[in-house]
Design a protein around this ligand. Structure first.
Ligand SMILES: Nc1ncnc2c1ncn2[C@@H]1O[C@H](COP(=O)(O)OP(=O)(O)OP(=O)(O)O)[C@@H](O)[C@H]1O
Ligand SMILES: [Mg+2]
Length: 344
């Protein structure tokens, strides 16, 4: 009998039982480092590494649609490079902040100072805040603190566009450009695809620093491009091992993978919402693993309203789907993997 998270045998859990805080934290904290994620993480790592040596600060623009996992990726990166208290002071290799809205220079300066741990982040004029910031980054040593900042990550770059007239707020983006250039700190900007690029493109000096954007897109499922199917299946295989269930679920067989893709549209946020929801249901009901019945209910509870118009793929029974899964399996080399009997 598998024992998980809170020390209880999962399949002995009484139906309707409230899950422990630890178990919920474990489920909420699942992060899958799939190959595309790892490639972007490696690029960010290169920026950080090269920063001190490069003539110009190495910069990277990460874009993607809503819910693609951008914030989680950079958040995880920052967590893996935490501030450390040493004998000499604080080393703070990665500083991460969210661009406020409206993105005034003052609000941005406060957000950055707060991210650096300045206890008086909101005090002073814009000029004195900028002065403090530049010194934190450039001189590294301020009032007994050593802030060894190697990388600045700024999320929600599209906030640099005015919400009403969609114009880019030039003052704020110019201020950021000057900060990056003066301090020479490596920088990662993160934002919504289709908007973030424009913020960078319209400021030629920023554009020169950032180059072509890196995109974190939803998973595709195109049978004519078997690599898309293989990527999604690889992600699901990693996820199967991360869910705290008594029995490893079969998510990565082609039939189930196709359904999971149809349910989520390949969007990470939807996919994880569905799978977390199904895991909670299974654990609360003392089920050892996930099946189509639980996934179907989780889809209705968690996704039906945001995926309006999508037929519940875990309920819909279709022989055509089974035949298509077998057909795809031939093209991709992935097992068709539908559960015995196929239907619910
Ligand atoms: N690698 C991952 N492994 C597991 N879950 C993930 C992963 N990446 C993202 N998620 C899940 O997807 C959800 C959406 O991710 P996130 O908030 O990072 O998206 P985003 O691209 O920043 O969206 P937005 O544009 O709306 O800010 C997260 O809450 C998290 O649950
Ligand atoms: Mg985000």
């Amino acid at each position: 009998m598998a024992v998980r998270g809170d020390g209880m045998a999962v399949s002995e859990r009484a139906p309707g039982q409230i899950l422990s805080r630890e178990l919920r934290a474990q489920i909420e904290g699942i992060r899958v480092a799939y190959p595309r994620w790892q490639r972007i993480v490696a690029e960010i790592g290169r920026c950080q590494e090269w920063g001190p040596l490069a003539a110009e600060p190495p910069c990277l623009l990460l874009v993607g649609p809503m819910g693609a996992g951008k914030s989680m990726l950079v958040g995880t990166y920052a967590q893996e490079h935490p501030a450390v208290l040493t004998e000499g002071g604080v080393t703070h290799p990665v500083v991460r902040a969210t661009i406020p809205t409206p993105a005034t220079i003052k609000a941005l300066a406060i957000a950055l100072l707060a991210a650096l741990g300045d206890p008086r982040a909101a005090s002073g004029t814009v000029g004195s805040m900028t002065y403090r910031l530049t010194h934190y980054f450039r001189d590294c040593q301020v009032e007994l603190l050593i802030l060894d900042v190697e990388l600045l990550i700024l999320d929600e770059v599209q906030h640099f566009r005015d919400r009403d007239n969609r114009r880019v707020l030039e003052n704020a983006s110019n201020w950021l450009k000057t900060l990056i250039k003066e301090t020479g700190v490596a920088c990662v900007l993160v934002g919504l695809q289709g908007e973030a690029e424009e913020v960078v493109r319209l400021n030629p000096q920023l554009a020169r620093l950032f180059g072509a954007p890196h995109a974190l897109l939803p998973f595709a499922w195109e049978e004519r491009r078997p690599e898309t199917v293989r990527e999604f299946v690889a992600f699901l295989t990693l996820l199967e091992g991360a869910l705290p269930l008594a029995e490893r679920p079969d998510l990565s067989g082609l039939g189930m993978a196709r359904r999971l893709h149809a349910a989520s549209g390949g969007v990470m946020a939807h996919l994880m919402e569905l799978l977390r929801g199904a895991t909670y249901l299974a654990l609360a009901e003392g089920r050892p693993t996930l099946d189509r019945e639980v996934l179907g209910r989780a889809f209705e509870q968690r996704l039906a309203s945001v995926r309006r118009g999508t037929v519940n793929p875990f309920r819909a029974e279709s022989r055509r789907e089974e035949a298509a899964a077998a057909e795809t399996a031939r093209g991709t080399g992935v097992s068709a993997g539908e559960e015995p009997g196929g239907g619910v």
